[in-house]
Design a protein around this ligand. Structure first.
Ligand SMILES: [Zn+2]
Length: 295
């Protein structure tokens, strides 16, 4: 392979793919259909059930309506797509630039709580190179953000053509404890090291969350459940450090909202959706910190 290749082309998928499951917060049956999209479209959600207002919901920072328990996007006409972060992690992790993601309800299906089912469905459809070159966002000056004991940064990277990630978490429960992860994000690394990592939560938080009408579809089928130093799932963990890997997955899914591949480094200590959203907003507000360039 030549070092001086022409820019990589934009990518979509070759054929539609459909997945069915349950919405983790609504508890309702949920379906998702991935459809190819034209060059320059970007990634966007469409609510097939809102025939009176079918306008797309762009997968962009500007559309974030709620970043508390998960990431919810809202279109200018008020259509929402909730729990989009694991889906977007798969799309971004595989380097897909243009995609229409059709939901038949307010929420993407949670599947097994990881990004693997979406990534496998997208790969089974086949990735399709398009006629227009992809454009990346390159970080050229540091952007820092702190929220209480959480902090994150976007920095110029040492590697020239990929996103470096450094993620750390600290939890009081010894089943999780302190974990950290460094990786260079390529589709291969995403598929093997990140995509299988499932979401997690404490058993003690389950009932209060459900009393608020959230997490109604949450179960041991789609979450790692922790109680007093123990993992309650009979099958155990997929990685000894599955928790920090899932936090990296969430981070990747949120960074996808910049709408372009990222050349640089992202460091995050105790990341969450609100922190990552604020970091991206800070970056966009400082145009001297980044530039667009061919990938
Ligand atoms: Zn997650």
């Amino acid at each position: 392979m030549f070092t001086f290749m022409s820019a990589r082309p934009q990518r979509t998928i070759a054929a539609p793919a459909r997945l069915e499951g349950v919405g983790v917060h609504s508890g309702l049956r949920a379906t998702i259909v991935f459809r190819p999209a034209a060059e320059g479209t970007g990634v966007r959600f469409v609510r097939a059930d809102r025939r009176h207002a079918p306008g797309p919901i762009p997968a962009r920072v500007e559309a974030v309506a709620d970043a508390r328990l998960g990431t919810t996007l809202r279109s200018p006409d008020g259509a929402e797509a909730a729990t989009v972060e694991h889906v977007l992690a798969a799309v971004f992790g595989l380097g897909i630039d243009n995609l229409e993601i059709v939901l038949e309800g307010p929420e993407a299906p949670i599947m097994d709580g990881s990004a693997r089912p979406y990534a496998e469905a997208l790969l089974a459809s086949g990735l399709h190179d398009q006629a227009v070159p992809a454009e990346a966002i390159e970080i050229v000056q540091p952007v820092f953000l702190e929220q209480a004991d959480r902090r994150a940064a976007l920095l110029p990277g040492a590697q020239s053509e990929a996103l470096e990630l450094s993620v750390g978490i600290v939890f009081d429960d010894p089943a999780i404890g302190t974990q950290s992860l460094e990786l260079l994000l390529t589709p291969e690394v995403f598929l093997t090291e990140i995509a299988p990592a499932r979401t997690f939560g404490y058993l003690r938080d389950w009932a209060p969350m459900q009393r608020q009408g959230r997490g109604l579809g949450s179960s041991l089928e789609n979450s790692i459940v922790i109680d007093a130093g123990r993992v309650l799932n009979q099958e155990g963990l997929r990685f000894p450090d599955e928790f920090v890997r899932h936090k990296a997955l969430d981070l990747i899914g949120d960074l996808a909202l910049l709408g372009a591949p990222i050349i640089g480094r992202c460091e995050a200590q105790r990341p969450g959706h609100a922190l990552t959203t604020a970091l991206m907003q800070a970056m966009l507000a400082q145009p001297h910190c980044w530039r667009r360039r061919p990938l």
